[in-house]
Design a protein around this ligand. Structure first.
Ligand SMILES: [Fe+2]
Ligand SMILES: [Fe+2]
Length: 321
């Protein structure tokens, strides 16, 4: 499946114009249209229910509680992401609320850590029932400063960020409508040492699992799509081999990132996940375009597009025929 084959439609948001004081639209602006990807995921459940899956909102705001450098950075990054992130998040919250849908967010709610971005996150997620996994940008203390992408770096802002979210960002599980949603941290292309054991404990509960993370998980199909026909791009997925990563373009290595390398623990987790029959779907983001593909015999992987540009996936979880 390629990007043109996505079942995508644009849907005007039938918002009555309910405006929050936190996400105001300017008077002259119309409520933005969301680009909704409609998905249906059959599961061994009794009743159908729906959720709105969004990812990569990339809020870029700062105020006088933040450094001058971060305020300047926020202005630059606001334009990078089109300048309408708050409006798109507002429209997404309205869309989910009007339909009584759960909101699922798979990371990069913020572009980098500022007091204002965390306020906006806390307030948005307080008004809407939401289950979330973190993204790499959610832990960047500033954006573009040679982000190291390791645990020490993540720890700089971890507690402040965690306080803005409704569930634990390292690992969380929540049963909704007979589905066990399991969110875990793979934001820097590796997972925690105890993730296999924690995931197995969830699988032992006997419910269908929908996993949520930020970075997509390796499949050959997605790897080939992302590096492109000239094989000159970076895949941005978890679990590429060292040999594959060795062929990534040099810019990927210059900032001191972990170069999207994974480790033995993560490889073992992915091997386990490919065999785990309780796993029925994986929801993720990070790539900023919607996509889906088969991950294992029992599970497809669904990537939500960039919420900063109004992309969102409406998922119907339906009983299996
Ligand atoms: Fe992102
Ligand atoms: Fe990301």
């Amino acid at each position: 499946m390629n990007r043109r084959e996505f079942l995508t439609r644009s849907a005007a948001v039938c918002s009555a114009g309910w405006l929050s004081r936190y996400f105001p639209l300017r008077a002259e602006e119309e409520t933005p249209a969301l680009e909704i990807t409609e998905l249906t995921i059959p599961l061994p459940i009794e009743r159908e229910f729906s959720a709105l899956h969004i990812s990569d909102t990339h809020l870029t705001f700062a105020d006088d509680r933040d450094t001058e450098k971060n305020r300047a950075r926020a202005e630059v990054r606001l334009e990078v992401f089109g300048g309408r992130q708050r409006e798109m998040l507002r429209a997404s919250l309205d869309y989910a609320r009007q339909r009584g849908e759960l909101l699922l967010h798979t990371g990069d709610m913020i572009d980098f850590v500022t007091a204002k971005n965390l306020d906006l996150t806390r307030e948005a997620l307080a008004e809407q029932d939401c289950f979330a996994s973190a993204g790499n940008h959610d832990f960047y203390p500033t954006q573009g400063d040679g982000d190291r992408e390791d645990e020490e770096y993540k720890a700089i802002a971890y507690d402040r960020v965690q306080a803005a979210f409704p569930n634990n960002l390292r690992f969380a599980a929540r049963v909704i409508g007979g589905v066990n949603f399991v969110a875990f941290d793979d934001v820097f292309y590796y997972v925690a040492d105890d993730l296999i054991d924690r995931f197995k404990a969830e699988a032992a509960k006997g419910l269908p699992i929908v996993a949520m993370c930020h970075c997509p998980l390796y499949t050959r199909e997605l790897f080939e799509l992302n590096i492109g026909p000239n094989r000159d791009r970076v895949a941005y997925i978890v679990g590429a081999s060292d040999e594959e990563i060795a062929h990534y373009p040099k810019w990927c290595f210059k900032w001191g990132y972990n170069q999207q390398r994974t480790n033995d623990t993560t490889r073992a987790f992915l091997d386990y996940l490919r065999e785990e029959k309780a796993l029925k779907a994986i929801l993720c983001g990070h790539l900023h375009f919607p996509w889906q593909g088969q991950f294992s015999e029992t599970a497809r992987q669904y990537i939500a597009g960039g919420n900063f540009k109004g992309q969102a996936s409406e998922i119907k979880f339906v009983p299996m025929a």
